[in-house]
Write a protein that binds this ligand. Structure first.
Ligand code: SF4
Length: 579
């Protein structure tokens, strides 16, 4: 592959310079999450945390479901390495500036935003944007430079350093989970705006067209990507997950929500849906455009409907749609917000503390959310996330997190592979980094495996995580993987870039990336002791048994780290000195 051209921005000194990643590194780490981990390793010298935004080799191409950008940093919520990727238009427009990555270091002395176009790169004053919500920030910057711009920004939550603050594009798409927004806030970087007109080069146009068609065909004919997601969005899965008793309910005290049907995609469609939209060039269009009181809002998607619904024992759909909009404008991660709210409700239920919210009631939720975003009153304690909040307020036994990241919707007691995935994901309890076993265990895609059997889950989860790592590096939307396979994407990549990968080559690179993140986490202080689950779940599933098989399959020792032979196999000739 060709060398990658990017930018290094030193906010403390106001300096910007071009930076390059050699072609042989791009061959080994591909793009997105892989290049993010590689550059994090290279840039991490001291206490200051760099942010790396990296595109994939497919980003900005005419391939569907590939217009994404990845961000890597250290999570202020978990302390682990954190990667996150965003859809929308940001990745595509950044590609058109001619840059494949941005490294952002240092801290500005007053609020700024970064403007990157194909003609110039500037650091601009953002004093008049500080304090604004994420959508208004986008609109203000677009008023100056025009609508053909993508703006990612933080809201008040990121400015205040809430540990689960997100970075949002136009107040609707997120670099979600783990506090990406707090890192930007720490750097006093309110926003990044990008636009450009540069074309992406295609190595073999004819073969590329046929590879593209072979991807579009399953996307537009498979029932999941041509019917369920376009018609009902991700929320279309609510009733299925609930029926398998895999929907965390009432802070995971239960795994089935009797009123799940009231917060699913069908009801959302019937009551509020006014249209659908999606990321650049994607035929699936899973994004929900809702209308409330004459005003348009995007979402909520499955995880948010769960986080503010089943997890809080609330079935008021209107309330959930409103809270989703508010959280996005404030720049809060909706899964973590749902996690801390459910935790606060259980504190009240158990008589430990009263933060003004109770299961099943909407009263007090908006007020507490604002207090979290602005770090006011007891909201300041919850702004640390459930792990740290439980150390202060009590209730550690029902703080539902792994490595400090609040659990998403899928209850591992109904899908054992999800439990192993949460325990071993490099960024904490994450469905998307943990292998997304529900795809196999509940949907039977691409093949069905027994959701309640533990044998074989170690190998299965490890393989799925490696595929996830390469998919996040190419970068392809994970929903597209419901109807396509790595074979499709290997072919597309080869015809686009002139490379010569097989699907198994790509999976091996995914393994390298996953292991590199694991080694970075070791340096950051994590080990097998952190590969765990909240007590409430751990006592009901055979986690130790699955972990043993998982470590063995991965070639890791009992501490949960790659053995010498595995390191040699994956990293021969590389400089891993910092690790
Ligand atoms: S499936 Fe949804 S999230 Fe994925 S690329 Fe398409 S519109 Fe974006």
């Amino acid at each position: 592959m060709k060398e990658l051209k990017g930018l290094k921005v030193e906010l403390s000194r106001g300096e910007i310079k071009e930076e390059y990643v050699p072609g042989e590194v791009a061959l080994r780490y591909i793009g997105g999450r892989g290049i993010g981990a590689y550059l994090y390793l290279k840039e991490k010298e001291n206490e200051e945390e760099p942010i790396i935004i990296a595109l994939g080799p497919l980003t900005g191409s005419p391939l569907p479901s590939t217009g994404r950008a990845s961000l890597t940093t250290r999570s202020p919520l978990t302390g682990t390495i954190l990667d996150s990727n965003i859809g929308g238009n940001f990745g595509t427009l950044l590609r058109r500036t001619g840059y494949s990555f941005l490294i952002i270091r240092g801290k500005a002395s007053s609020p700024v935003y970064l403007l990157v176009t194909d003609k110039s790169v500037r650091i601009e004053d953002a004093s008049n944007l500080w304090g604004l919500d994420t959508l208004t920030t986008s609109e203000r910057i677009k008023e100056i430079y025009g609508k053909r711009l993508s703006v990612i920004s933080i809201g008040p939550a990121g400015e205040k350093g809430v540990r689960f603050a997100n970075i949002m594009e136009d107040g609707k798409r997120a670099f979600g989970r783990g506090g990406t927004g707090a890192i930007l806030g720490e750097k006093k970087l309110k926003a990044i705006a990008v636009t450009g007109d540069k074309d992406i080069e295609i190595h073999d146009k004819e073969r590329f067209s046929s590879a593209k068609y072979e991807i579009i065909r399953p996307l537009t004919t498979h029932p999941l990507t041509s019917k369920l997601l376009p018609e009902l969005g991700t929320a279309g899965t609510m009733r299925v997950i609930n029926s398998f008793k895999a929907l965390g309910t009432k802070n995971f005290q239960e795994k089935h929500f009797p009123e799940a049907w009231k917060i699913g995609g069908e009801e959302l469609k019937r009551r509020f849906l006014k249209g659908k939209s999606g990321c650049f060039g994607c035929p699936i269009l899973c994004e929900r455009v809702c209308e409330i009181d004459g005003r348009k809002t995007v979402g909520p998607e499955f995880e948010t409907l769960w986080a503010f619904g089943a997890n809080l024992f609330i079935s008021d759909l209107r309330f959930i749609v409103d809270l989703n909009e508010r959280a996005n404008l404030l720049g809060l991660d909706t899964i973590s917000l749902g996690g801390v709210l459910a935790f606060a409700m259980e504190l009240k239920e158990k008589g430990i503390a009263d933060l003004g919210v109770s299961f099943g009631e909407t009263n007090g939720v908006f007020e507490l959310t604002e207090n979290i975003a602005l770090k006011r009153g007891q909201g300041e304690i919850l702004s640390l996330g459930v792990k740290e909040a439980s150390k202060i307020l009590g209730g550690e036994e029902f703080a539902m997190h792994v490595k400090g990241l609040e659990l998403p919707a899928y209850d591992p007691r109904g899908s054992l592979g999800m439990g192993l995935g949460y325990a071993t994901s490099n960024r904490g309890a994450c469905h998307l980094r943990g292998g997304f076993s529900v795809s196999f265990e509940i949907y039977g895609v691409p093949k069905r495996i027994d959701r309640l059997a533990s044998a074989g889950k170690g190998a299965h989860v490890a393989r799925a995580q490696d595929i996830g790592a390469i998919v996040d590096s190419l970068i392809v939307c994970k929903f597209a993987l419901l109807s396509t396979s790595l074979h499709h994407w290997a072919r597309a990549l080869n015809t686009l870039t002139g490379s010569d990968y097989t699907a198994s080559d790509l999976q091996k690179i995914g393994e390298r990336i996953f292991n590199l993140e694991r080694l970075i986490n070791r340096k950051l202080g994590f080990s097998s002791k952190d590969d765990s689950l909240p007590e409430r779940i751990k006592r009901e599933i055979p986690l130790d048994e699955m972990l043993k098989e998982y470590y063995e399959y991965r070639g890791w020792d009992e501490e949960g780290f790659p053995k010498e032979g595995k390191i040699k196999e994956l990293f021969e000739g590389e400089n891993l000195e910092w690790l």
